[in-house]
Design a protein around this ligand. Sequence first.
Ligand SMILES: Cc1cc2nc3c(=O)[nH]c(=O)nc-3n(C[C@H](O)[C@H](O)[C@H](O)COP(=O)(O)OP(=O)(O)OC[C@H]3O[C@@H](n4cnc5c(N)ncnc54)[C@H](O)[C@@H]3O)c2cc1C
Length: 656
Amino acid sequence: MDNRKDRELGMGQGITRRDFLNGVALTAAAAMLPSHLLAAADMQATREQSPDYYPPALTGLRGSHPGSFDAAHSLRDGTFWEKAGTPIDSGESYDLVVVGGGISGLSAAHFFRKVAGPKARVLILDNHDDFGGHAKRNEFSAPARTVLGYGGTFSIESPAPYSSVAKSLIRELGIGVASYSKYVDENLYRSFGLSPKIFFDQETFGADRLVINPMKRLSGESEDSPEGAAVLKKFLQEAPFSDQAKADYERLVTEQKDYLFGLNSDEKKARLARMSYNSFLSDVVGVSPEVVKLFQARPQPSFGIGFDAVSAQDAWGAGEPGFTGMHLDPAPGKGMNRDAIPNQEADKYFFHFPDGNASIARLLVRKLIPQAMPGHSSTDIVTARANYAMLDQEKSPVRIRLNSTAVRVKHQGDPASARGVEIAYARGGKVCTVQAAHCILACWHVVIPHICEQLPDKQKEALSSAAKVPLLYTNVALRNWKAFQKVGASSIYAPSCYHSHMNLDLPVSIGGYACSQKPDEPIVVHMMKTPCKPGRPAREQHLLGRVELFNTTFETIERNIREQFARAVGPGGFDPANDITAITVNRWPHGYAYQYNSLWDKFWLEGGETPCEVARQPFGRIAIANADAGAYAYTDCAIDHAYRAVGEITNKVPKN
Ligand SMILES: Cc1cc2nc3c(=O)[nH]c(=O)nc-3n(C[C@H](O)[C@H](O)[C@H](O)COP(=O)(O)OP(=O)(O)OC[C@H]3O[C@@H](n4cnc5c(N)ncnc54)[C@H](O)[C@@H]3O)c2cc1C
């Protein structure tokens, strides 16, 4: 890319995107360690007490931001303790220490207080500079007002119905899921002539072209595409497909053929569970490679991988074409990924806040530390400004300590009879210890074997297998969406681009917050990428993708974003050098909890104990929560396993 092209894309423009450099300075200090850097630790505390400490408004590289993972990676590499020196005893003791300030950790603290009482002393440690785990809030200062985006967890939704525990917590937080239709303007984009589109790129399909999207909505996509014969006809006219590919696509979506004639429904499902949807399309239906390429990235928003690594049975469950003539019994087949099992009751339980489920995390913080989160309702939470200086106050029974990575969790003596647990954590260049009667590990399971060496080997192995799905959730703030209106796009599926999905923000106005209502108003465009390596087993793709995300600079991601905007909506007059006002890339190398899959996890298809059941066993005074405990990448899972973990350490059922 030459300098002139960079200038046209606006690479040098003074948008808000590089605030993260402050974080880098602290990271460098933390990497130096040990005790002579006490000054760095003090600097950390002072910084968090400042009224300017407000992570949701930071832009640039967020999610697992620079500085959040150094201590954990150093532990993994076996270099941490040689640099750390002897931990300093803080003299603090708690009834419960929770490792991980995501929705599971915050819920665990909430449930624990129901059993132990409001005076119980609880400390929550998290390695990020903000609470909420994956449920993160992004704020942008647009001219005259603040525009919100979700940095991770998008909404209250789950392929299976929420449990009574999870529903009851949502109710207790005051969220009226049934009232969602009051807040969302479902017709907004349609009323301006916008609809879902597909962007075909030149490198893959021979021409850059934005075309009407005739495909059914998949889980993870925000809007239905218009359906019907006229839309199909228009798509086939516009798509830069060969004649053969056009004929194949039409046949795939209209033909009602039994492609596995002669087998009964169970036999067909067993066959489909063992082949990828890509193989089904090319080898069984016999469509051309262009059609396979079009479908490839469709499952990425929910599965984190493409159709090369998702089974045909899961594609059937998700509603992809090719199965209408196959007489499959609608009951879920053996080995289906839980994301692929349709459930109408679950579909109805949906609620999206403008900052996603960060609002749930913020409502939980309000319950735990009221002085840190002003307001009283689940609607005023949307505009409430958190007071981060209140999170870790000595007088408060509940404290949230950010920028703090737990590095060692061990019983004081024999786990079977110990009276307490000692937790060591790294923060701002020093390592401190605190004592606790109990500890709940609500952090990522892959971390646990490195911080809790006392665990049995079999359990450590199971914990280590919960490697997460990597993704980018990118928010791009725009001056307006006039170019989107001109090209008629409310969302763009771009199967072969850097980000495979881009959507105008879901139009939700709630409390004092109003979404963008006219094309000349500022808006956030949400983009998603999963760094897949098609053709390899799922876990290998995730591992390589994780490495890619850690090694990609913000500059590279920014250039890709600008180029994608220029190509997809440039024909509508979009000027990336002028129309982009801020970029926040939420980088999640450890993203979704890994969900079992019939192509790659034999036990899931054939039965037997699952690794997550082995991984989540309590151990002395330590219990294990997090969505990894259910191998299910949803908020309700994080809540359910917090509830279970609290029950295990207290031997009581928290009242909910
Ligand atoms: C991008 C994205 C989008 C999603 N969208 C949805 C959605 O729309 N709906 C939905 O229901 N679910 C969604 N999910 C899944 C959902 O976010 C999670 O299931 C849920 O929020 C997980 O909560 P948790 O507390 O279990 O884990 P996390 O949110 O991951 O929190 C765990 C925390 O522990 C911290 N930690 C790890 N190690 C340590 C350590 N050693 N010391 C201190 N802290 C540590 C982590 O950094 C993290 O902050 C999404 C997930 C991602 C990644």
